[in-house]
Write a protein that binds this ligand. Sequence first.
Ligand code: PLP
Length: 427
Amino acid sequence: MDYRANFQAAVAQLKNERRYRVFADLERDAARFPLAQWRDETGAIRPVTLWCSNDYLGMGRHPEVIEAMRETAARVGAGAGGTRNISGTSRAICELEAELADLHGKEAALVFTSGWISNLAGISTIAQLLPDCLILSDALNHNSMIEGVRRADRERVIWRHNDVAHLEELLAAQPRERAKLIVFESLYSMDGDIAPIAAICDLAEKYNAMTYIDEVHAVGMYGPRGAGVAERDGVMDRIDVIEGTLAKGFGCMGGYIAGDAALIDAVRSYAPSFIFSTALPPPVCAAAKTSIRVLKARPDLREAHQRQAKTAKHALAAAGLPVMENPSHIVPVFVGDAEKCKQASDMLLDRHGIYIQPINYPTVPRGTERLRITPTPLHSDELIVGLVEALVDVWTTLGLPFVAPTPEAKADEPARCALPEIKRAAE
Ligand code: PLP
């Protein structure tokens, strides 16, 4: 067996299919986020603006968050020292779990090393602990949820994305006494669409099913205290398990589930990916707890986030760029061709100092390739003007189609005027 040749062939296949991923060499500037430094192929360092970070609110560079991490590391050290079973459970992780339980109005929470692991451990363990459990999974669920469903090794059915009529059909076909777990996301990160959470809860109650929601792209950003879309919609208490990340809106690292104390204790006691893995380091826990606390009291940051996302959407649409409409902070711009998408991303970086990663298959279906833009509250109106100008240049150079401004962009006078107004102000 030529081992090396095998690995080379696997990589060559990805390159042939134009799916080989090359990471940009980026270093964020904490004091000037969303500015960063990009090291190009020649080793030269150039300033760039980040436009696709999932540190959606810029909390990764918040002074209080950094200070919590620094102070805790100096006091107790960098790492956790082992699993919680071996090394004990740090004060910082216990406080973080209490903070999360409070955030979601649940009895308890359990922290994992990532959101990905939370879903793998949470979904699989809950389903395994329920005899003959049927898992009902939304068709567009994230890879980590799919892995959790697979690992559960229970019967599963896929319901059409956000289609409650289809979900009801599937639920109605089951005996009432059978254990059922509905798994879905609140906010789907590639299209930016939002689940009909209340309607799903209605069905769960009607057909005696449990609900498991992934709020990874919503925690910190939606709801009066930043607990997510379920909080915003007033249905948080109707959801059995809320899963989230500490790595996006909260700007740190790690993941969690929150729910009933008995359920959390069972997952803690049975999930191998929790039991046999080193705990999240105390400095990271302290930073995440601080970030959650800060955000609980900062609806203004959430408002600024929504405002800048909306301003960007309208300015791009007014310039004829094909923004894919949705009701969230995600700003996808349609390209529809893998090669062109990569070229657009490269050109933005090289010519305009703008970093937007291309989103290609398998992250999205072939033919729906896009640039996924995530404005933060720290992206100023001036930066938005620069983004629109750069994208117009790239679209023109690559011969990508422009579209007529959306009816929404046409109707919303102040937003439609945002771009020329900003330009006038700059002159
Ligand atoms: N769930 C969803 C919907 C995600 O998009 C992601 C990651 O992007 C995760 C879970 C995993 O979270 P983490 O990045 O904390 O591992």
